[in-house]
Design a protein around this ligand. Structure first.
Ligand code: DP6
Length: 330
């Protein structure tokens, strides 16, 4: 009873920021992301059929603390559905990209875990059930089960059964799109997304406006993604990122994830656009901007982030679905 799965991270073009239910991880608003290839996490899960504690290893280290608890919870949910006979699990997970600030490794991690654990428990593939399980580990993971462009619909139900990621356009829809992660800082961010969004919901007077507007933007952006209109997609992505950060800056105490280098990159994007270079930015809850561009302007976009202190630029393209594979990690 073991299975292995791979999943890619994703970058939200319309962000998820704030939960209406902390335990079930239900968002206040819908969000939309693009899956990032070729970066990926590979996870093997085995249910041993024996009693005992789960053994969990993440990137070569035994998982501890809150991280361990989140994985245990996800495994528990699979046992709840598959039966106690599954017993304790052994899980090993490895990512091929740095778990640095701004690149949500938890999204790919919980997506790969959800697919591997359900397969190891003997369930057939079911992207909706996998997305709901991944969501329970980390909200954004609900958008990494399927490739291409995925919208996590907010849903209305209190039990969260209508809150999952749904593919709107597949990986092949926009092959020319490029997403460049500029690593301007490798420090762990001071306030994790989970705590930052909670504080924003609880203390920022701008939060209700953010949630209402983001819900609208998660719908508005679809027609521009559909026609591969980078300018319109880029404008919405930038505005949405600013509004998310504005809501966070309005929290008490204020939350500012931007560093001087982040602002320098943002300003440079604006300037080169005036010279006809098609490059826009988005920013998660960290200092590392992700630039949206196309193949023809990719080199110019990479130069912008390097000129402003990025030590590394990670080049991504739209990625595919999470997959069950036969190459197990143990
Ligand atoms: C800013 O999914 O990491 O990256 O649900 O608490 O685990 P939890 O949070 P997480 O938050 C991601 C927030 C974001 C925006 C996004 O990816 O939509």
């Amino acid at each position: 009873m073991n299975a292995t799965a791979t999943a890619h991270p994703n970058i939200a073009l319309v962000k998820y920021w704030g939960k209406r239910d902390e335990e079930l991880i239900l968002p206040h608003q819908s969000s939309l992301s693009v899956t990032l290839g070729p970066l990926q996490v590979t996870t093997t899960v085995e249910f041993t059929g024996k009693k005992g504690l789960d053994q969990i290893e993440l990137n070569g280290k035994v998982a501890q603390g809150a991280e361990r608890k989140r994985v245990e919870e996800a495994l528990k949910l699979v046992r709840l559905e598959g039966g106690k006979k599954l017993g304790a699990a052994v899980m090993i997970s490895r990512g091929d990209f740095p778990a640095a600030a701004g690149l949500a490794s938890s999204a790919a991690g919980f997506a790969a875990l959800a697919v591997a654990a359900r397969a190891a428990a003997g369930f057939k593939r079911d992207t909706k059930a996998e997305s709901i399980l991944a969501r329970r580990g980390s909200g954004s993971a609900s958008r990494s089960i399927e490739g291409g462009f995925v919208r996590w619909n907010r849903g209305k139900r209190a039990d969260g059964r209508d809150s999952f990621g749904e593919q709107l356009f597949g990986q092949a829809h926009w092959p020319d799109l490029r997403l460049l992660v500029g690593m301007v800082s490798r420090e762990e961010k001071e306030v994790k997304s989970r705590d930052g969004m909670r504080s924003t919901v609880e203390t920022s007077p701008y939060y209700p406006a953010w949630a209402k507007d983001a819900e609208r933007e998660a719908k508005e952006i679809v027609r521009f993604v559909k026609r591969r209109d980078l300018e319109a997609v880029g404008e919405i992505a930038e505005r949405n990122a600013w509004r998310m950060h504005a809501s966070a800056m309005g929290a008490n105490p204020p939350l500012c994830y931007l560093k001087p280098a982040t602002l320098a990159v943002i300003e440079a994007c604006r300037q080169v656009r005036q010279q006809g270079v098609g490059v826009w930015f988005t920013l998660d809850a960290g200092p590392n901007p992700v630039l949206l561009t196309t193949a023809k302007d990719e080199a110019r976009a990479a130069a912008i982030v390097r000129e402003h202190g990025a030590t590394e630029v990670v080049h991504c393209v739209p990625g595919g679905d999470a997959q069950v594979i036969e190459q197990h990690l143990f």
